[in-house]
Structure formats: structure tokens, C-alpha cells
Design a protein around this ligand. Structure first.
Ligand code: NAI
Length: 410
């Protein structure tokens, strides 16, 4: 199959990028070492639809080394890196993707990938699964899903009895959300905000909407940077957690009056809207790191502004009727990806370990699995954590036989 990419001559810098992240991904390296010998995916075609940058490229190569024929497409028109996919093609992966493709090209790439009749899929956001269910009759063994939003879409399909093959919710594994959603989003979100604004965080009042895994990470890192952190929530348990973590919790209508920087991390829509814009201080900034650009109501913001203009890369100024200026970062899209480089390699190492073992589990057990959304088996979380700790040089205590007996007592 012939790849469709921008320019194969870009490959050298793509190889450099992949080599760099590989240094920091010991879990994937150890998987690579083990399964490139046994090649469990031999004879299987795996379609990967993900953000095609260096970390994902390394995952694609690990699947290839484990025997799979790998076909890759992007999961967002803006996240494919042309040099990285050129390197992937040189390394034997078929790729249909280029940066800044049109929506028609995006769909065409997914169709091209599915034309190979894949056995398994790795999806990020649910577009591949949706395509198969809505328009293509492909017979798939099963696959795994990377994100919260994709998992929500999968569960909806399963509840309606429409899911056609088993899928593992990689997002819901401990080794994914505890680290990726919390530490990955926490760090990369503030990296995106700081490099975009070039302003100090210390001393500012940061309002974080949502105290789930991503919100906890965002709040923890904002506190570490010296911000006064305020949380808004709708879940009473999460709100108590935030209080005991040392944060003030209040409704957005109160927080709107005091915030310098607002960050949404809820997965919900219309979290900051015209009621709140009307109360904000002159110069308030807003960013979102939830999956879709619906958490800050951009329609309301535009409607209530007398003018708006870009003032710096990834910052739009909205002048309100009373002259106050409000700033929206990265068009309200995932600020850590749109204005940054996404999660660090060490974090994606864990997430992609989950992806690999989820796919392997489906490969080995699909015959006894139903067309449902499954959690990754618990022992795989432990295995991934053990590989990571070993790579970090961290040792643990072990239970003695007496302790095991004590813990097993009724
Ligand atoms: P979660 O379910 O753990 O947390 C969401 C929290 O938001 C919950 O505590 C919920 O009660 C709260 N919430 C919902 N509606 C709210 C509202 N209107 N006002 C205030 N709080 C509200 O979900 P998680 O894992 O933290 O993910 C959050 C979002 O971030 C999702 O859209 C997810 O897809 C996305 N995400 C983004 C990443 C990135 O790289 N930026 C990485 C991982 C997830």
C-alpha cells in the first residue's frame, strides 16, 4: 500500500524526534525488546488513528516490531507532524496523513486505512470506531480507546447494543488516568499557558473548573507555581476533596469576580458563559484543557464583545461593551496541545504501555469477549507500574509470608 504523506524528504528530523522520546519511554522499550522476539501480532493488520507525533510514532513502531502490519492516520487535522510521519514511512509503516488536511482529506485518510481490512484498531476520540459503525462493514477483532471522550462515545454505542466488537477503555486504566490525566495534563497545560502568555503565575488567582483527574493536576501545578487556586465543581465529593486539598471552592458566579486566569477541565459544555464574562475583571484570561472547545462559550463571548483581535500567537483579545478586555487562549481548544507539545514522553510511556497490553489482551482473548467496553485487566496495570519503577530505579518492600497470612485472615 502506498502512503499519502506531505514529503518523504522530511524524514531525518522525524527520526531525530522519535529517537529523543524513545530515551524517556522505558516501558515501551521493554515491550519492544520482549515482543519483537515473539511477534504476537504477526499476520495482523493494526490501524492506529492518533495524534501522529513522535511518541505515538514510537508506539506504531513497537506494534510493527511485534509483527503487525501497521497503518496509521491522524486523529486531528492539526496534530500530524509531517517529518515524523515521513520517518514512519521510511521505517515501514503505511501512513495516510498530513498536517492541516481538509475535513474531506481527513475522512479519505480514514477510509484508505480501513480499505486494508484491519484486524484491530487503536482509536483516539472515537472517529475510527464511528466510521466503522456508520459506514463500513469491516470485521474487526477489537481494539482500544485512548481518551475519556472516546470512551463515552463507546459506552453510548454499547448501551444501545450497537457496538460490533469488544473494545478496551485504555483511558480508564489506573496507569493511564492517574498519571496522564493528572500529571500529564497538569504540567502540559501550564506549559502551554506560560509559553503563550509569557506571564508570571505566582500571586495570580487561578480559577479551575472541574476537580476530576485533570483538574486535580491543573490545581496542584498552579499551587506549586504560587497561584491562589479556586475550584468550581458540581460534584459534592470532588468539592470536599478540593477543600481538604487546601483550595477554596465556590460557584463560578463568585469565582468570575476574582479570577485572573480561568481554566476549564470538565468535559462539560457552557461552563463559562455570558453570565460570567459580565462579572470578570479587566484583563482576565481564559483557557480550556478539556477535550472539546465548548467549555468556554465562544459564541457568547463574541456576541457580547464590541471588537476582537489576535494580540499574540494563540491569544485573542475580546473588548467588552464597558471597555473591559478579556483574553481567550488557543481559541478555547485544548491549550496543552494547541499551544504546547502535549504530555511529556515519560507520561505517554505509561499510557502507551496500557494501549499495547490492551491490544495484546484483545488479540489473545477476543473469542471469549462480548461486544462490550472492557477495563484493562488489573494485573497489567501492576506489570506496567513495575517496569516503570524498575526504569526509575525505585525499589519497593515486599510482603513477607507472615504479612500475607495476616492480611488473608478473616
Ligand atoms: P473527570 O470526569 O475525572 O473530571 C471532570 C470533573 O468536572 C468532574 O469532577 C465533574 O464533576 C466536573 N464537572 C462537570 N461539569 C462541571 C461544571 N459544569 N462545572 C464544574 N465542574 C464540572 O474527567 P477528566 O479525566 O478530568 O477529564 C476532563 C476533560 O479533560 C475531558 O474532556 C477529557 O477528555 C479531557 N482530557 C484532556 C487531556 C488533555 O491532554 N488536555 C488529557 C485527558 C483528558
Amino acid at each position: 500500500m502506498e502512503s499519502m504523506i506531505r514529503d518523504i524528504k522530511l524524514a531525518p528530523s522525524g527520526h531525530d524526534k522519535i529517537a529523543w522520546v524513545k530515551n524517556f519511554m522505558p516501558v515501551l522499550r521493554s515491550i519492544d525488546e520482549e515482543y519483537s522476539k515473539t511477534k504476537p501480532f504477526a499476520g495482523k493488520k493494526v490501524v492506529i488513528t492518533m495524534h501522529l507525533e513522535a511518541k505515538t510514532a514510537y508506539l506504531a513502531l513497537v506494534f510493527k516490531n511485534a509483527g503487525a502490519e501497521v497503518i496509521a492516520t491522524g486523529s486531528n487535522p492539526l496534530s500530524t507532524q509531517d517529518d515524523v510521519v515521513a520517518a514512519l514511512v521510511e521505517d515501514g509503516v503505511t501512513v495516510y496523513s498530513w498536517y492541516n488536511c481538509t475535513n474531506e482529506e481527513y475522512d479519505m485518510f480514514i477510509d484508505k486505512a480501513l480499505d486494508c481490512n484491519p484486524d484491530m484498531i487503536i482509536d483516539d476520540g472515537g472517529d475510527l470506531v464511528a466510521r466503522i459503525h456508520n459506514e463500513r462493514p469491516e470485521l474487526i477483532i477489537g481494539g482500544s480507546e485512548e481518551t475519556t471522550t472516546g470512551v463515552i462515545r463507546l459506552k453510548a454505542l454499547a448501551e444501545q447494543g450497537k457496538l460490533k466488537f469488544p473494545m478496551i477503555a485504555a483511558n480508564d486504566a489506573y496507569c493511564k488516568y492517574l498519571f496522564d490525566n493528572r500529571y500529564g495534563t497538569g504540567q502540559s497545560t501550564w506549559d502551554g499557558i506560560m509559553r503563550t502568555t509569557n506571564l508570571v503565575i505566582a500571586g495570580k488567582t487561578v480559577v479551575i473548573a472541574g476537580y476530576g483527574w485533570c483538574g486535580k493536576g491543573g490545581a496542584m501545578r498552579a499551587k506549586g507555581l504560587g497561584a491562589n487556586v479556586v475550584i468550581t465543581e458540581v460534584d459534592p465529593i470532588k468539592a470536599i476533596e478540593a477543600v481538604f486539598d487546601g483550595f477554596r471552592v465556590m460557584p463560578m458566579e463568585e469565582a468570575a469576580k476574582i479570577g485572573d486566569i480561568f481554566l476549564t477541565l470538565t468535559g462539560c459544555d457552557n461552563v463559562i458563559n455570558e453570565k460570567h464574562f459580565a462579572l470578570m475583571k479587566d484583563g482576565a484570561m481564559m483557557a480550556n484543557s478539556g477535550h472539546f472547545d465548548v467549555e468556554i462559550n465562544k459564541v457568547d463571548l463574541l456576541k457580547n464583545s464590541v471588537s476582537h483581535r489576535p494580540v499574540r500567537k494563540n491569544i485573542e483579545e475580546y473588548v467588552q461593551k464597558d471597555g473591559r478586555k478579556l483574553y481567550l487562549l488557543a481559541e478555547g481548544r485544548l491549550v496543552n496541545l494547541a499551544a504546547g507539545d502535549g504530555h511529556p514522553a515519560e507520561i505517554m510511556d505509561l499510557s502507551f504501555g496500557v494501549q499495547f497490553f490492551s491490544a495484546l489482551h484483545i488479540l489473545n482473548h477476543h473469542q471469549e469477549m462480548e461486544n462490550k467496553v472492557y477495563l484493562m485487566p488489573e494485573e497489567i496495570n501492576t506489570k506496567i507500574a513495575q517496569i516503570k519503577l524498575k526504569a526509575l530505579g525505585v525499589e519497593l518492600d515486599e510482603l513477607t509470608e507472615e504479612q500475607k497470612a495476616y492480611l488473608a485472615k478473616a
